[in-house]
Design a protein around this ligand. Structure first.
Ligand code: GTP
Length: 414
């Protein structure tokens, strides 16, 4: 939970912001109607950010903004008017942004900005430039928007840092000794695609801008650039990437449990099977079905049934981190286990069965015992993914017939 302070003397603006913040989980908002109250609150509370009215009865010239910044609180300015001089002055002070109090979209933008800053805190950015002064300028801008920033003074140093795979964004200059920014992008793109790492090129040379994009940058900025444009571009790129990730998740993951959906599991199974055939490494497939699941729904309701599915999916994902877990039907899950032979796969799934049956699921006052039956087969030379699925399914039904709460390995896979 983060705490945000709104310093604003207009009751209407406070009401609108209160309403908008209330819809956001994880943000607590406090209000101060004047500079004096704001100072007292900032003195005793830790604020993640402050939305500060530029003109208050007891602070008509943005004094509250400077006060918040001096306390290390990121400040977003609320203002009725803005001109070029004031914009430059505010940027110089180091504010996050300013919001013109025009309409409800302005306030939505302000609330969205707080959420953006909160998420930015999880993102690492690499700034690549041989000039320390230029690196510092970009780093300062990024830190103002809460990004975690690392620096590299050459393309070679950047490649080493990028190998950690921790970065969301790289901002690179063009002109650097030995390897320039465009060459760096070419090298990076051999390993990491546009969805995994956003790259922005910086250059004062017009002809370089297009080359940045052609060779794999997501965007570029001409130097010298305005801080406001810099932030708009970076935020847009990150929002687009977040949206892509959301779309990817919707297309590939099961909405209820968060594990792979049927289609994604099938493509993963196909890929792993092709690799297994090519490498000669074993591949096992397990099909799991919750026992007496209809009874759970009938006796305790559909919601309780959903909780059982979520519980099992969580247990499977946690215990089988290295493998692909998917929900392939109502109460049916599958696990793709490359590199394991039948015995090894059986031991692993059996360990999960013991763990699941050993800890009843607590649903408020209700304690629900959950168990599953599973069938495992190891891929053979003449298999397709369909024959593997059929064989694992058949063994799973044998486990059901044998009394449930049982993991069986296909005889031929022993
Ligand atoms: N809560 C919930 N139930 C689901 C979902 N999808 C399928 N089901 C239910 O899963 C149940 C499956 O029941 P059955 O196939 O008869 O199997 P079972 O009761 O688990 O019995 P055995 O498999 O023989 O142990 C049905 O009642 C479906 O309505 C879901 O997403 N949520």
């Amino acid at each position: 939970m983060i705490k945000v302070l709104v310093v604003e003397d207009s009751v209407t603006v406070c009401k609108v912001l209160f309403h908008l913040f209330q819809q956001e989980a994880g943000i607590e908002v406090e209000f101060a109607k004047d500079f004096k109250t704001a100072k007292a609150l900032m003195g005793k509370n830790d604020y993640f950010a402050a939305l500060c009215d530029r003109c208050l009865p007891d602070a008509p010239n943005g004094e509250v903004i400077e006060w918040a910044l001096a306390k290390g609180i990121p400040a977003i300015v609320l203002t009725a008017r803005m001109d070029e001089d004031e914009r430059t002055r505010l940027q110089g002070l180091g504010v996050v942004d300013y919001v013109l109090k025009e309409n409800r979209f302005s306030y939505q933008y302000a609330v969205g900005l707080v959420k953006r800053l909160q998420r930015n805190g999880d993102y690492r950015v690499l700034v690549v430039d041989d000039s320390q002064v230029a690196r510092k300028q970009v780093k300062d801008l990024l830190e103002r928007h809460q990004f975690q920033v690392a620096e590299a003074d050459s393309a070679e140093a950047a490649m080493i840092q990028l190998a950690t795979g921790e970065f969301k964004l790289m901002i690179t200059d063009y002109e650097m000794p030995v390897i320039n920014g465009v060459e760096l992008i070419c090298k990076v793109r051999e390993q990491v695609d546009r969805d995994e790492l956003i790259i922005v090129g910086l250059s004062g040379r017009e002809e370089v801008s297009a080359r940045f994009i052609k060779y794999g940058a997501n965007d570029f900025l001409r130097k010298p650039f305005f801080a406001e444009e810099f932030y708009c571009r970076i935020n847009n790129l990150i929002q687009a990437q977040e949206l892509n990730q959301k779309l990817w998740q919707r297309a590939h993951l099961d909405y209820l449990t968060g594990v792979a959906n049927r289609r994604y599991l099938m493509t993963q199974l196909q890929d792993h099977w092709s690799q297994s055939v090519a490498s000669g490494q074993p591949l096992c497939l397990a099909m799991l079905d919750v026992d007496m699941f209809k009874q759970v729904n009938d006796q305790h309701g559909h919601q309780a049934g959903d909780r059982v599915l979520q519980f099992l999916a969580r247990e499977l994902s946690q215990s089988l981190e290295r493998f692909v877990v998917g929900r392939v039907g109502g109460e049916e899950f599958a696990v793709v286990m490359p590199g394991l032979n039948g015995e090894q796969a059986w031991r692993l799934i059996e360990a999960v069965r013991r763990k699941v049956t050993g800890q009843p699921l607590q649903l408020e006052a209700l304690s629900l015992g959950v168990s599953f039956s599973a069938g495992i087969c190891q891929g053979r030379g003449d298999d397709t993914i369909d024959t593997m699925l059929r064989r694992a399914d058949e063994v799973m039904y044998q486990a059901k017939e044998a009394g449930r709460n049982l993991v069986l390995l296909e005889e031929e896979s022993v």
